[in-house]
Design a protein around this ligand. Structure first.
Ligand SMILES: C[S@@+](CC[C@H](N)C(=O)[O-])C[C@H]1O[C@@H](n2cnc3c(N)ncnc32)[C@H](O)[C@@H]1O
Length: 281
């Protein structure tokens, strides 16, 4: 691929998804875009890029952007964040949201659904404490294709073997051929919606807990800062933000600070939380 084509596609991906494609990752273009070129009956990637340059077919652009996203996810990913959710965040919300008996969780960049369904399973396991509560889980992703898979809730043997305890597999999934489908009850606990993290999330409303894990790693520092600022706008003053193990707010934004002793969880900095309380009157 020539330099001009690389620069064109790198800019397109950055503008559309935030993905920062550095030259050392050029090999990814070959492996991810060859299948798209075949699907669209182009002779190869060069021809695909020429068609993209015309900007005539939005569906082609969407296919290319979606092909370049990394969708890897698994149930109870890294375990600890979900253990913290059960033992620290949930008890906090049960106490501090007792008056309204409701809270909202956002799984931003939810991929194929393992993250929001893990949260749904934890909430279901704690159902006795949540009797009479209204808990909303909103799960969003840039890719409509991956959201279709999430809604379907159908996973391969390999996918359910990664992180999901057998007891929960037996309890919440049914076997369909050689795959496993999550129960309708759990599926109905999660609402899926397309959403690009580069956009303003104001219309999504306010959240008590936000999982934004393993997506900021693909963005450059200014994009990370912008996304975190947007997220801060949507978070309750005493809300909790989860990032992935390789992600942090340090050096990127002063809106959030790490929660002492709880790796991976972030809260609004005092000044930001106070400003929100003031703004709410
Ligand atoms: C590696 S997965 C992470 C899934 C899950 N959060 C986890 O930790 O297992 C990254 C997801 O981010 C999504 N993504 C990438 N850029 C995005 C953007 N600008 N807005 C929303 N989602 C995006 C991809 O489609 C992909 O599904």
């Amino acid at each position: 691929m020539n330099v001009s084509d690389f620069e064109f596609i790198a800019k397109l991906l950055k503008d559309r998804s935030g993905l920062a494609l550095t030259k050392d990752k050029a090999y990814l273009l070959e492996s991810r875009l060859n299948p798209v070129a075949r699907k669209w009956n182009f002779a190869g990637i060069d021809e695909l890029i020429q068609a993209l340059r015309t900007g005539k077919d939005e569906k082609l652009t969407v296919d290319v952007v979606e092909a370049m996203t990394t969708n890897e996810s698994f149930f109870f990913r890294d375990q600890r964040p979900f253990e913290q959710f059960r033992t620290i965040v949930l008890p906090y919300l049960l106490e501090h949201r007792a008056a309204q008996k409701s809270f909202r969780v956002w799984s931003a960049a939810c991929s194929s659904g393992q993250e929001p369904y893990t949260l749904a399973m934890i909430l279901k396991e704690e159902a006795a404490k949540l009797a009479g509560w209204r808990v909303e889980i909103l799960a969003t992703d840039l890719s409509s294709e991956i959201l279709d898979k999430a809604r379907e809730g159908l996973y391969s043997q390999f996918e359910v073997q990664r992180g999901l305890p057998v007891s929960l597999l037996v309890k919440y999934f049914k076997q369909v051929g050689d795959r496993w489908q999550i129960s309708d009850e759990l599926r109905s606990m999660v609402q899926y919606r397309p959403f690009n993290l580069l956009d303003n999330p104001a219309s999504l409303g306010r959240f008590d807990v936000i999982f934004c894990r393993n997506v900021l790693i693909y963005f450059d520092p200014p994009t990370k800062a912008k996304v975190l600022d947007n997220i801060a706008q949507q978070m309750a003053p005493d809300g909790f933000l989860y990032l992935g193990g390789a992600e942090t707010v340090i050096g990127t934004t002063d809106r959030f600070e790490p929660m002492p002793g709880q790796r991976g969880i972030y809260t609004l900095t005092k000044a930001n939380a106070a400003a929100k309380v003031k703004a709410a009157g």
